[in-house]
Every structure is written in C-alpha cells, then in structure tokens.
Design a protein around this ligand. Structure first.
Ligand SMILES: Cc1cc2nc3c(=O)[nH]c(=O)nc-3n(C[C@H](O)[C@H](O)[C@H](O)COP(=O)(O)O)c2cc1C
Length: 164
C-alpha cells in the first residue's frame, strides 16, 4: 500500500523510515574537556580497506564545531536495553553524561558502558551534505559484545525477533 501525504518533508521522512537501522551515540571531548554526544542513526560502513565509516551531523547543532575540530571521536552502538540512552542523547539542554559509567577512548571521547559495539575513529574527511555535514572517518580501534542491538524502524524503537 502506498501512503500519500501532503507534506513532502513528512513523506520523505516516512519513506526513509522504512530503512531499518541500529542506533548509535556519537561522542567527543572538546579541547576544554567538555563532553558532547548525540543520538545518531545515519551511521554506516563505507570501506574495509582502509576501514572507513560514515555518519551525518545536522549543521545547526551546538556540537558541530567540537566534532569538526577533533582528532578522534567515538561511536557507541546501543544494545536492545539502552533505549533510555537513545532518548537521553536526543534531548537538548540536559547534562547527557550525568551519572553514566564511562571509559575514556582516544582523544578522551566518552565510551558508554553496556553497548554492543564501539568504534574509535580518526576525524579524516568531512563533506557538506545539505543541512548536514557527513563525516567519513577511519576506524582506529573497535570492539563488540555478543548482545542484541537496539533497532529503529518506522520512527519507533524495535527489538530483533527472538531467535533471529
Ligand atoms: C533515532 C534518532 C536518530 C537520530 N539520528 C541523527 C543523525 O543521524 N544525525 C543528527 O544530526 N541528528 C540525529 N538525531 C537527532 C539528534 O540526536 C538530536 O538533534 C540531539 O538533540 C542533538 O543533540 P544536541 O541537542 O545536544 O545538539 C537523531 C535522533 C533520534 C531520536
């Protein structure tokens, strides 16, 4: 069934929402020591050799300069039981890191406890992409846990079906 809507941006969002993704929290530490992080589902792989990943950041966000200027940042892939972290890191004007168990990654980027994978990335290349800037970055270190990931589809959080 084709669903039609009058609002072209809403229609584009709805079509894009049919592409199921995981959810990540991308983190960085500014030169002054302040941590930044946001929920991101535009993450994807680009290349194995060299190891490159991509994600995009809305240019109006306050963390743009911290990410653009850093040498390293981290991508925390959320596990199924971390929906609260996705919501927290998509909320403006709160202390997103308050009370969290953290480790320090390269460049001091915060690594969140309990995730299913972590990628520590060198800030290699950036490309303008409309109202976003795309980061194409080299994976310097990575690790993962045997945990089910948090899924995002149709604008809602989902779990993998049991046994999948
Ligand atoms: C599921 C989900 C995925 C998101 N993906 C992105 C993304 O890929 N890029 C982006 O710039 N913002 C994305 N956002 C929005 C940011 O997380 C949100 O604007 C956040 O408040 C930004 O942090 P700030 O307000 O502290 O600047 C996403 C939000 C959600 C809930």
């Amino acid at each position: 069934m084709t669903v039609r809507t009058e609002d072209p941006q809403r229609a584009l969002r709805d079509s894009l929402g049919m592409f199921a993704t995981g959810i990540t929290v991308v983190t960085v530490r500014s030169p002054s020591g302040k941590p930044f992080g946001l929920t991101v589902n535009s993450f994807n792989s680009v290349s194995l050799e060299p190891p490159l990943i991509v994600w995009s950041l809305a240019t109006h966000l306050a963390s743009v300069n911290a990410f653009a200027d850093c040498e390293y940042y981290a991508i925390n892939v959320l596990a199924e039981d971390q929906q609260h972290l996705s919501q927290r890191f998509a909320t403006r004007d709160i202390d997103k890191f308050a009370g969290l168990e953290l480790r320090e990654g390269l460049g001091g980027a915060p690594l969140l406890d309990g995730c299913c994978a972590w990628f520590e990335c060198r800030n290699t290349l950036r490309h303008d992409g409309g109202d976003h800037v795309m980061f194409v970055s080299e994976v310097v270190r990575h690790t993962h846990e045997a945990k089910a990931p948090l899924i995002y589809f149709g604008g809602r959080y989902r779990s993998l079906a049991p046994g999948v």
